[in-house]
Design a protein around this ligand. Structure first.
Ligand code: SIN
Length: 564
């Protein structure tokens, strides 16, 4: 067996005899990320062994914690799996894998059950319902033809994070490491079997001590979330720097559909409001998008008006802003009873009031912002990547559910369904997996502490700004080639920095951000058509013949179209 730190970490093998840093720590399962996917998986596999759950800041710093809208599931007898499948396919613009969509949708009721067993509470019906009615308030969001979103007020993710984290903290077999930042995966190649790399764990930086330890386990789950921080404006928390996607790519896994970055149409526009989402459920409950002169505009763009799929609404707002020169459009829910608005959207009501906006009396200024990566690490039905024993679930993964545009509130459902599938497979497989054994310790080599932190912030800002301007809601060949040129220069600079200085969480994130930005640019430049979230002015038509399948990308290769 050839243990390949170089392949895993891109770190040159250290000169012999140099001091190593930090002892290895072995577990049965390694989980990276503390959102819904990571925690559900950890709780399940903890039935079968010792689990390390590492998370780079506090455990609650996750996209799950920020999720407002809710979780889509067919719970009403008037709704159907077929309708949910069809809505998902319609939103996905021809790229969803229909069998995956059905697999996820049909597991919706079980997913809700699992969450309730974890202690998650959903809002009950607002009015007394008939005997067959589900015991939940079901709301609507863009692209859904039925009310099927379960929620907890407008802070569903917080309720999920709170419930699962309490159980994780109390579990004797789950070892939670906060402020621990994964640097790279550790992989091994079996001699003579190319393409059969397997995961052995990860090198992890303890931010408090600066030490790097190898965390090894027969099975690893990436649940690191998305990469919204690649863009200047995003609804995501600061942790969303694409770490899992970048690590998997460097380790040789295949990634899919990285060009399909979803922009949420409605984030609060206010100088002091960083990344504050106004849930699509506001439109689901009757909110209307208006120009600043008060005229509603969505009827000009789609028959579903304000509840059109998200890519259409975001592009419509972008068009309006460019045409009028305005900084924002208005989202108006003032026609609804103020008591209803305060009760249904308490967090949004309070946050907006803090900025001087009473949403029961005046429209909310909103703009689109990067929200969700529809692409990611390509996984199979068990959530396994093409590196053996490396699983991925949640936003980091590309399962085939979302296609070219994710249907609202399908992501928490997908995270749970695939975390469960991965857990079942991991528990079954664990007894037959060869333990990782000894792996090389991380070595700092000649690296010295970072001299100028400004280099990191400068590069970070530069990437986010050109990604926003050149690789945003509307793209063109020229913009993409400018972005490609810039990212190549920056990548070289960041790599030099990475080799010369000791790793810090900021440097690790910057390196990952640059990798993910490059993957998005290269995938977008390759797809010479417009579809779903990828709109290129130079190729405005959809081209099913040439591009009717997933874009795949792997280290050392140019992107290609999936044969199936
Ligand atoms: C929202 O609440 O609008 C976000 C829901 C989602 O992104 O699925």
């Amino acid at each position: 067996m050839d243990l390949s730190q170089e392949r895993a970490g891109d770190h040159p093998p250290p000169p012999d005899g140099r001091p190593t840093n930090g002892e290895a720590r072995s577990f049965d399962f390694l989980v990276i990320g503390s959102g819904l996917a990571g925690m559900h998986y950890a709780l399940r596999v903890a039935e079968a062994g010792e689990v390390a759950l590492i998370t780079k800041r506090r455990a609650t710093d996750s996209a799950t914690d920020w999720a407002q809208g809710g979780i889509a599931a067919v719970m009403d007898p008037r709704d159907s799996f077929d309708a949910h499948v069809q809505d998902t396919l319609n939103a996905g613009a021809g790229l969803c894998q229909e069998d995956t969509v059905r697999f996820v949708v049909e597991r919706g009721p079980d997913a809700i059950d699992a969450l309730r067993k974890h202690g998650v509470e959903f809002d009950p019906p607002r009015e007394p319902a008939g005997p067959d009615a589900p015991p939940f308030d079901l709301t609507r969001e863009g692209g859904h033809t039925a009310r099927r979103i379960l929620h907890r007020h407008d802070a569903t993710g917080r309720e999920i994070e709170r419930s699962l984290l309490a159980r994780v903290r109390a579990h004797p077999s789950i070892h939670l490491y906060e402020d621990h930042c994964a640097i790279d995966l550790i992989t091994a190649t079996k001699a003579g079997r190319t393409g059969s790399n397997r995961a052995l764990g990860a090198y992890v930086l303890d931010a408090a001590t600066g030490e790097v330890h190898a965390y090894t386990a027969p099975i690893t789950l990436l649940a690191t979330g998305g990469a919204g921080k690649v863009y200047l404006y995003t609804s995501n928390p600061d942790v969303a720097s694409g770490d899992g996607m970048a690590m998997a790519y460097r380790a040789g896994a295949t990634l899919a559909n990285m060009e399909f970055m979803q922009f949420h149409p409605t984030c609060l526009f206010h100088p002091q409001a960083k990344s504050f989402l106004i849930t699509e459920a506001v439109r689901g409950e009757g909110g209307i998008l208006r120009r600043r002169d008060g005229t509603a505009f969505m009827a000009d763009y789609h028959p579903m008006r304000d509840l059109a799929p998200r890519d259409i609404v975001a592009r419509a707002i972008d068009t309006e802003l460019k045409r009028t020169g305005d900084d924002y459009v208005a989202l108006d829910i003032t026609a609804k009873d103020p008591a209803f608005v305060r009760g249904r959207f308490p967090m949004i009501f309070e946050r907006c009031l803090r900025y001087g906006i009473d949403i029961t009396r005046e429209p909310i200024p909103v703009v689109p912002a990067a929200h969700y990566c529809c692409g990611g690490v390509r996984t199979d039905r068990h959530g396994e990547s093409d590196l053996t024993n490396l699983f991925a679930a949640g936003e980091v993964a590309s399962t085939g559910l979302h296609g070219a545009n994710r249907l609202a509130s399908n992501s928490l459902l997908e995270a749970l369904v695939y975390a469960e599938a991965a857990a079942r497979e991991s528990i079954a497989r664990r007894p037959s997996v060869e333990p990782p054994g000894d792996v090389p310790a991380w070595r700092h080599g000649e690296a010295t502490p970072i001299d100028e932190a400004v280099v990191i912030t400068q590069n970070w800002d530069e990437i986010r700004r050109f990604m926003w301007n050149y690789v945003g809601i509307v793209r063109s060949d020229r913009r993409l080639s400018r972005a490609q040129h810039r990212i190549e220069m920056l990548r070289e600079e960041i790599n030099e920095y990475y080799w010369d200085f000791r790793v810090t969480p900021e440097l690790i994130e910057l390196r990952n951000l640059a990798t993910v930005a490059e993957l998005v640019i290269r995938s977008a430049a390759f797809r010479k058509e417009s579809r779903g979230l990828h709109y290129n002015l130079d190729h405005p038509e959809r081209d099913d013949e040439a591009f009717g399948r997933d874009t795949l990308i792997q280290r050392g290769d140019t992107p290609w179209i999936s044969p199936s």
